[in-house]
Ligand binder design. Structure first.
Ligand code: FA5
Length: 342
């Protein structure tokens, strides 16, 4: 029996040694089954132990166990050897040529209008304003009616409109967010709302899609002085410390009084140039004291609260800030133009 065990061990080790690469892994597992499995050759020898003379049983038993351990160890070692060999072969064949020049991906950057939006939102959030977003497809109710512009009112002609149907439209300004905010929130309110707006306009200073940032503050005792103070601080932070601000009387149905706000031209410092058409001033936004009718439309008691609102055009401000003569350049996606901002 001893001879039979030696023979089995010898055969198993030879077969294991024959496995040359990792693809033979299955073969190695088969060898394990062939010798050590339920009906394996060594297992069968163990089964025959019942016929062995009692005094020989410990010796033969030890012999079988040693053979089993040796086969198991050899199988594990062989698998480790073949794995290491395969990794080494892979490393040799897949070596990296570090002398090759690298492939450069062109770096993207922010659009000048996005840079300006981020900058403006940064200035207002530092002053304690919260940023809010609203829908671009808006209802007639929020875009006009709550803002004191009833259906068929002549004030609608101030803003040409893309209608979707009788009730839905592409918002013509970000002011509907004033109403949406006041209806859902009691004062104190201090928000800015950036977003796209749409009007059937198209020339060097008007685009059919442009962006605005709306601002709204509602609290007790808010006056036009607060509006002026906030806008002066804003203009100095956005353009430069020497920027001056002036308010001119204007009209919006949702603010009373209403103003247009001009800043001294950032290009010429107020002396007069091509960008400011020689006046030294550039209009940047519309603003005013929230009309008490709008407060009441939104469920806010106008005897207790007052507020101011403003709406600025991002493309216009971007043109002023960077001296861009034609708004359409901002929408051409010419990479030579866009590259200059990053
Ligand atoms: C309004 O849209 C008002 N909602 C602003 C407002 C808000 C007033 C809150 C009072 C209180 P206006 O139509 O003037 O106002 O537009 C505001 C700014 O948007 C303008 O100063 C201008 O910078 C910009 N703008 C207007 N039309 C266009 C256009 N077609 N293309 C690019 N920018 C435009």
């Amino acid at each position: 029996m001893e001879g039979r065990i030696k023979e089995i061990l010898q055969k198993a080790l030879e077969l294991i040694e024959d496995s040359e690469n990792l693809e033979n892994l299955e073969k190695i597992q088969q060898i394990r089954v062939q010798f050590l499995g339920k009906n394996g050759e060594l297992t069968n020898v163990l089964r025959g132990m019942k016929d062995v003379a009692p005094e020989l049983k410990p010796v033969i038993g030890k012999f079988v166990n040693q053979a089993r351990d040796e086969i198991t160890n050899r199988i594990e070692t062989r698998i480790a050897e073949l794995t290491a060999k395969s990794i080494e072969q892979k490393l040799n064949s897949e070596s990296v040529d570090i002398t090759l020049s690298s492939k450069r991906n062109p770096k993207g950057g922010l659009h000048p209008c996005s840079i300006v939006i981020n900058e403006i939102l940064g200035i207002f959030t530092q002053m304690g304003f919260q940023v809010k977003q609203g829908p671009e497809v808006e209802t007639d109710f929020f875009n006009f009616q709550t803002l004191n512009i009833p259906k068929d009112h002549p004030a609608r002609e101030m803003q040409d409109t893309f209608y979707i149907n009788d009730e839905l439209l592409l918002r013509t300004h970000t002011s509907p967010m004033q109403a949406r905010t006041m209806i859902s929130q009691q004062p104190p309110i201090r928000i800015v709302n950036p977003g796209k707006v749409y009007r059937p306009d198209d020339d060097a200073t008007h685009s059919p899609m442009f962006q605005q940032i709306e601002g709204l503050v509602v609290d007790k005792g808010i006056t036009l002085c607060d509006l002026k103070g906030i806008l002066e601080t804003f203009a100095k932070a956005l353009f430069n410390e020497n920027t001056k601000t002036r308010l001119r009387p204007s009209f919006f149905p949702f603010t009373e009084p209403s103003v247009e706000v001009d800043v001294t031209c950032a290009m010429c410092g107020g002396k007069g140039c091509r960008i400011c058409k020689g006046t030294g001033w550039i209009e940047i936004l519309g603003a005013g004291i929230v009309n008490p009718k709008v407060l009441e439309n939104c469920g806010i008691d106008s005897n207790i609260y007052s507020g101011f609102a403003f709406g600025l055009g991002i493309e216009r401000i971007t043109m002023i800030k960077y001296g861009i003569p034609d708004m359409r350049i901002l929408f051409d996606n010419d990479i030579r133009f866009l590259k200059q901002f990053n």
